[in-house]
Design a protein around this ligand. Structure first.
Ligand code: HEC
Ligand code: HEC
Length: 356
């Protein structure tokens, strides 16, 4: 709790400090470091050009509609804390991510600066509406992309607690009315009346579950000695799709058979801290080619990578390994969410690694 309060306090301090210099240009070195961090950590899903959809239906980070209405604080929070249970991870060190608060604010300021969007002051009063009518309209107009419960299918999760903790009613309404330029999110200005838009906004607000994600006590990473699962076991046997993707069932079989293998979690390290497949080693997609095989001792042991994407982050790591001569490599085809949906075991909360 205290850490959350510290975080909030830090945000306000930063927010205030940055508010003072919001219109001052970023320094050359800020721009360089933000550009570097963006390409290293974000381009995988949001695209090299920030237009979104490179993987995982990640939203555009260049749309005028988003960048003119998402405050710097909201933007930095989205990067720091992510959107739990979506492919958008937390990037802040407190949650086991790779970036500190200053780097995150620099990145957020740079995203705004690059978009060149004029900030629109929306106000933050609540919007009242008829929830039942809102629910009906949502079912008619929004479900096919945002999901039955707002969980997000091909579009952002609108019922996400971390989203609703920071998004104001006016922010949500603005997105519905104006859409997001150059994306599948059209503006509903001509389709819905103002009252109907208010009803849907109120309905989305009613899905807020309260945001209570406290930073965890971070578990230590496995040491190279613990990397290989079942060192005495035999090699697994996969029917790889396109020479690379192992069906989830076959991976589970191999684990049950106690086959010899290494599991790699290629998501942002904070996600490994949240939950991972037991025994998985965190090697995030933003690892350098030089470090990708640090701690791996032989090129024959099977290496199976997974991410939430379900392929983009894993492919990046497996490409690097294959380039370095690791031939026995595969990606779990259905990814981490496939694993969870299949009801297979994971390590979450207090992390205890399995013993070899
Ligand atoms: C593994 C893919 C992936 C990576 C890597 C990633 N994101 Fe995201 N990001 C997403 C997805 C998916 C969403 C939408 C989540 C949702 O709400 O359902 C998202 C949402 C966001 C949002 C909220 C935008 C909105 O429209 O609400 C911001 C801001 C953002 N990401 C910034 C970043 C930044 C900056 C980085 C790099 C530090 C990054 N993301 C890395 C997948 C990713
Ligand atoms: C055809 C698919 C589709 C439909 C239908 C659709 N949306 Fe969206 N929506 C999207 C996509 C895709 C995005 C993300 C766009 C981007 O920024 O890249 C989005 C973004 C949003 C956002 C902004 C979320 C954020 O994180 O900032 C809101 C709010 C939203 N939609 C609400 C709605 C509502 C309410 C409806 C129904 C009235 C609706 N949408 C219908 C695809 C859709």
């Amino acid at each position: 709790m205290i850490r959350i309060l510290t975080c909030i306090l830090l945000f306000f301090t930063f927010h205030f400090a940055l508010g003072q210099i919001r219109n001052a240009p970023l320094t050359k070195s800020d721009i360089e470091s933000a550009t570097r961090n963006y390409q290293k950590y974000c381009a995988l899903c949001h695209g090299k050009n920030r237009k979104g959809n490179a993987a995982d239906y990640a939203p555009s980070l260049s749309s005028n509609s988003l960048m003119s209405t998402m405050t710097l604080n909201f933007l930095a929070s989205s990067i720091a804390f992510g959107r739990p249970n979506t492919a958008m991870a937390a990037y802040i060190k407190d949650y086991g991510g790779p970036l500190d608060m200053k780097e995150i604010f620099t990145l957020a300021s740079w995203l705004k600066y690059e978009s060149d969007a004029e900030t629109i002051d929306l106000g933050d009063g609540p919007i009242a509406g008829d929830l039942w009518n809102g629910a009906n309209l949502y079912a008619q107009e929004c479900i096919k992309c945002h999901g039955k419960k707002g969980e997000g299918i091909t579009a952002p999760a609108l019922s996400n607690a971390a989203f609703l903790a920071f998004a104001t009613d006016e922010y949500i309404k603005y997105a519905i009315v104006n859409g997001r330029d150059d994306t599948k999110m059209i503006g509903f200005k001509e389709i819905l009346t103002e009252k109907e838009t208010n009803d849907i906004t109120a309905y989305i607000r009613s899905l807020a579950g309260g945001w209570s994600k406290e930073p965890k006590k971070l578990a230590p990473y496995p040491t190279p000695k613990q990397y290989v699962l079942n060192p005495q076991g035999k090699d697994p046997n996969f029917n790889l799709i396109e020479g690379r993707y192992a069906p989830i069932k076959e991976v589970m079989e191999a684990i049950k058979n106690k086959d010899k293998m290494i599991l790699l979690d290629t998501r942002t390290t904070s996600e490994w801290h949240n939950a991972h497949i037991p025994g998985a080693v965190p090697i995030p997609y933003y690892v350098t080619e030089k470090d990708v095989d640090k701690g791996l001792t032989d090129k024959d042991t099977w290496i199976i990578a997974y991410c939430a994407c379900p392929h983009a982050a894993s492919d990046t790591v497996i490409d690097m390994l294959r380039k370095k001569g690791y031939k026995n490599t595969a990606v779990i085809n259905e990814g981490f969410f496939g694993w969870i949906n299949a009801g297979y075991p994971i390590n979450a909360g207090e992390i205890k690694e399995i013993e070899n």
